[in-house]
Design a protein around this ligand. Structure first.
Ligand code: NAD
Ligand code: ZN
Length: 246
């Protein structure tokens, strides 16, 4: 048996014997669905400086400018479809996958059929009013957004996507659930995250210190690979995840 094949067999065995699997996903999970990552090749930050467009300060000072980036993200997300890797995770939820903790804001895991998805950075599918906290479905404002108009609340203030902007804390409830999942899982997959954004980069460390085995899947090595990951699978999420289920 070839080394690579042997490693896949080993991981399939880990999946079969696991009692509680948790998956942490980052922007790399959605690349094959056509959603650009932040960093790396074709990353959004190559064109749009994060501080300038997607920070709380930027939105407060010039919401029209932030909306130029939000519009691109919403458009891209609307056009994206879940890929085979998303579908494999939905299939695994019918077995022993307990939860997905995602940094993605595109809703693709839910669209693939996963029900227990913890959104650490919120979602583009909802809009919220910074003044009165009223929430809306982004879907209901699509025409406005595509016409380059800025969606507003019934109270008159400018809405924003319910996503975590730079300079904002992560949602408390999502963090609590993330702590619990990291503590309780015995196997954690870390898929398509560059592991440089906190606290997401620490989640595999918490899981490992609670006794979980860590399987990392990425196109390239990350700060986790040598220190934390028990197994590293190099390749695309859409190729590797389905191959772990057959
Ligand atoms: P990142 O952009 O920093 O890194 C992406 C990682 O994915 C890289 O390590 C890259 O090697 C890897 N990768 C690229 N293509 C891959 C593939 N096909 N299969 C497997 N791995 C692949 O992403 P991050 O670590 O999630 O950074 C964090 C921020 O990016 C988060 O705050 C998140 O909210 C935001 N973000 C989300 C989306 C989305 O919702 N889809 C898109 C862009 C950015
Ligand atoms: Zn309002």
């Amino acid at each position: 048996m070839e080394a690579e094949e042997k490693r896949l067999e080993e991981i399939k065995h880990l999946i079969r014997k696991a009692e509680h699997i948790t998956v942490l996903t980052g922007a790399g999970m959605s690349v094959e669905s056509g959603v650009a990552p932040f960093r790396g090749e074709n990353g959004l930050w190559e064109k749009y400086d994060a501080e300038e467009y997607a920070s709380l300060k930027a939105f407060e000072e010039n919401p029209e400018k932030s909306w130029r980036l939000f519009k691109i993200q919403i458009k891209e997300t609307m056009a994206a479809e879940p890929h085979e890797g998303h579908r494999a995770l939905a299939e695994l939820e019918k077995r022993n996958l307990e939860s997905i903790i995602t940094q993605n804001i595109d809703g693709l895991h839910q669209r693939a059929g996963n029900e227990n998805v913890i959104e650490l950075h919120g979602s583009l599918s909802r809009l919220i009013c910074p003044s009165c906290d009223r929430k809306y479905e982004t879907q209901d404002f699509l025409e406005t957004i595509m016409d380059d108009e800025i969606p507003t609340c019934d109270c008159g203030d400018i809405l924003r996507p319910e996503v975590v902007l730079f300079g904002e804390p992560l949602p408390e409830r999502a963090m609590e659930r993330t702590f619990a999942e990291s503590n309780n899982c015995d196997l954690m997959f870390v898929v398509g995250t560059s592991a440089v954004v906190q606290p997401a980069a620490s989640i595999p460390i918490w899981a490992k210190s609670s006794g979980a085995e860590i399987v990392e899947l990425n196109l390239e090595r990350t700060p986790l690979t040598d220190e934390i990951s028990d197994h590293f699978l190099k390749g695309k999420a859409g190729d590797i995840l389905p191959s772990l289920l057959d």
